[in-house]
Ligand binder design. Structure first.
Ligand SMILES: [Zn+2]
Length: 246
């Protein structure tokens, strides 16, 4: 067997099977193209199936992790995939659809010359909702300085803060996981206390967001993929949010 299909709670999963003369033990690897099962030459099909069954929870965990990654270029076309809050979702691009609709599983987007811009505006609105939720939940309360928050097209940066006491965030962050959005928000807030990226800065950030290294790495690994999508040119306008009073 070279491709081996298994079923996990009704979902079909294909494993690539590689037989290797030098291989002594069975092994499972999550590679770029999916799951790979390595088998010694002498291993029977029955043994292989038992090994896969015994590792079902490992397979589940890695498949779920993989789905969460934004590791391929988003494609805005019928049957393509686009990111939202760190996950990739299927796109249906049809003439008969109106605007952008998302049901938590599939994006239904009107197929017309302005569809990229419509999607960008939809992302901008979602980013505004998420930012407002975070402010209402008190995520910015560690820092009293900024009252005004803006979601803008920053084209090459994820966030910035101004001397007049406002924070700007790149709306494209809505394509990243929420913890990445939160990291950039808190990063900018800490700049009101420490201006440069010195030790004191990272220590202060670590106090309000202890696991900040992981979202920071996510952004350096995946950020370039999000920067040019849905279109590289600037989206005019911005959303201005005044911190809700508690
Ligand atoms: Zn900074």
């Amino acid at each position: 067997m070279t491709g081996y299909e298994i079923e996990l709670s009704g979902e079909k999963v294909v494993l690539q099977v590689v037989r290797n003369r030098r291989c002594r033990r069975m092994g499972l690897v999550m590679g770029r193209d999916g799951l790979r099962l390595t088998l010694p030459q002498s291993c029977s099909e029955r043994q292989a199936k038992a090994f896969v069954a015994a590792n079902e929870s490992w397979i589940r965990k890695h498949l779920a992790e993989r789905r969460r990654q934004v590791d391929s270029l988003p494609v805005l076309e019928d049957g393509g995939k686009i990111p939202f809050k760190g996950e990739c979702f299927e796109v249906q691009l049809r003439r008969e659809y109106g605007g952008v609709e998302f049901d938590g599983r599939v994006f239904r987007i009107a197929d017309y010359p302005g569809s990229r811009r419509s999607l960008a505006r939809w992302y901008m609105r979602q980013a505004a909702d998420l930012l407002l939720d975070m402010l209402r939940a008190g995520r910015a309360d560690e820092c009293s300085a900024p009252k005004v928050f803006r979601l803008r097209d920053l084209t090459s940066r994820w966030g910035s803060c101004s001397g007049s006491g406002s924070v700007s965030l790149n709306w494209r962050l809505i394509m990243a996981p929420e913890r990445v959005f939160e990291y950039v928000l808190l990063h900018e807030l800490v700049h009101f206390e420490v201006n440069s990226h010195n030790r004191a800065f990272w220590q202060a950030l670590g106090r309000i967001l202890p696991g900040y290294k992981e979202p920071r790495q996510w952004l350096s690994r995946n950020g370039h993929i999000l920067m040019g999508f849905p279109e590289p040119s600037k989206i005019p306008g911005m959303v201005r949010i005044v911190r809700p009073s508690s």
